[in-house]
Design a protein around this ligand. Sequence first.
Ligand SMILES: Cc1ncc(COP(=O)(O)O)c(C=O)c1O
Length: 439
Amino acid sequence: MLGAGADELSYEIRAIVRKAEQIKALGQEIVWENIGDPVQKNAQVPAWIKEIISDLAKKNETYSYCHSKGVLATRQFLAEKSNALGGVQISSEDILFFNGLGDAISKIYQFLLPTARVIGPSPAYSTHSSGEAAHANDHPVTYKLDPANNWYPDMEDLYNKIKYNPNIVGILIINPDNPTGRVYPLEILKQFVSIAKEFNLFLVTDEIYVNVTYNGAKAYSLPEYIDDVPGIALKGLSKEVPWPGSRCGWAKFYNREKDIEFNKLCNTLENAKMLEVSSTKLPQLAIPRIFGDPRYPGHLANNNKKIGQRSKLVSEILKKVDSIYFNETQGAFYNTIVFKEGKLKSSQKLHIENRKIRDLVESWVSDPKMPLDRRFVYYLLGAKGICVVPISSFCSDLMGFRVTLLEENEETLVRTFEGIKEALGEYLNSVIQTSPAYS
Ligand SMILES: Cc1ncc(COP(=O)(O)O)c(C=O)c1O
């Protein structure tokens, strides 16, 4: 009954929760390092933002549908903000609201021909890679991000994949990146544009973390570097306000009149929204008031400073660990730690004191087909109660895991990452190295 694409829909960020809950039921406290929800990690939304929202909740007009593209005044506000960057200009007509960016992501790929492919990064935030693969009934088409080179994209890999695959119609860039925490410099972004020009492709940029940068990094937005290439920039409220429960995200279409097929894609997305009547209205009404408030820049700066400090603390703890690639982050609030080639073995273990938990973890890892990073993640969960996500589930052949930088309590943060460091040491050394008989 189902197409092959159905197999591509998996979301380990949430699936790992089912495993962690089983461990928790056996008495182990869990530190949730799996999901990028700042509020779940005790970030406080400032009182002035809550007042804006409660004030809107008292108004009758908040309860109606809105324009199917989104509230006009909000689209005008966002178009002006984009235009103020001084790059490619848009109008309110080029902005389309969705029920969260997840909704936008799945729609963008859904209406392309199954043979028309958008190449995306590997590792990647899996909503993109799974959504794109599901539309194509095939595995994702990817370019490599290189942990041995600051997590920068491997441009040669990207170029060759595009050159030899005429089905590729677009390139996805996630900047700042989830899951690596890398912010791309302008020269790299311009290289994407020049490849798009050469092969007549459009660009999609996921900029949900564009204002989540720290320790001196700056993220560029699509209109600042896209030139005359058609492109879609994606943004939402989940991460920076932070308000993930708002389910509010939007797409900005740049240079849509420069390519007939691209313009058709934008029109199709607008028509699809029309069929749904409209997206969530209350958060849209709140956007000009929140983003336009003189307190907002200070709020962002304060949040970013805290994430930047956590990034440094984590770096202090993990940067010298042998056998892994560790890159200090500059944006978003994740880090991806990768095991060097050949360092993981199917016989490695962590000691788990509680016998029931040990038996459960050992039953999970007995599957010989299990990726080796997932094996480590399950042991980490059982031995230390730390719930991270294996990087093999982020559309990647690399072996590693993603952590978050969201823990508000510094003591817990340090304890968690010291625990990870200890687990890495114990796990990697748990195989008795037998020396070869002849050397
Ligand atoms: C890169 C990226 N894009 C999109 C989303 C989804 O955002 P939303 O909550 O608006 O659906 C996330 C959520 O983690 C993300 O990391």
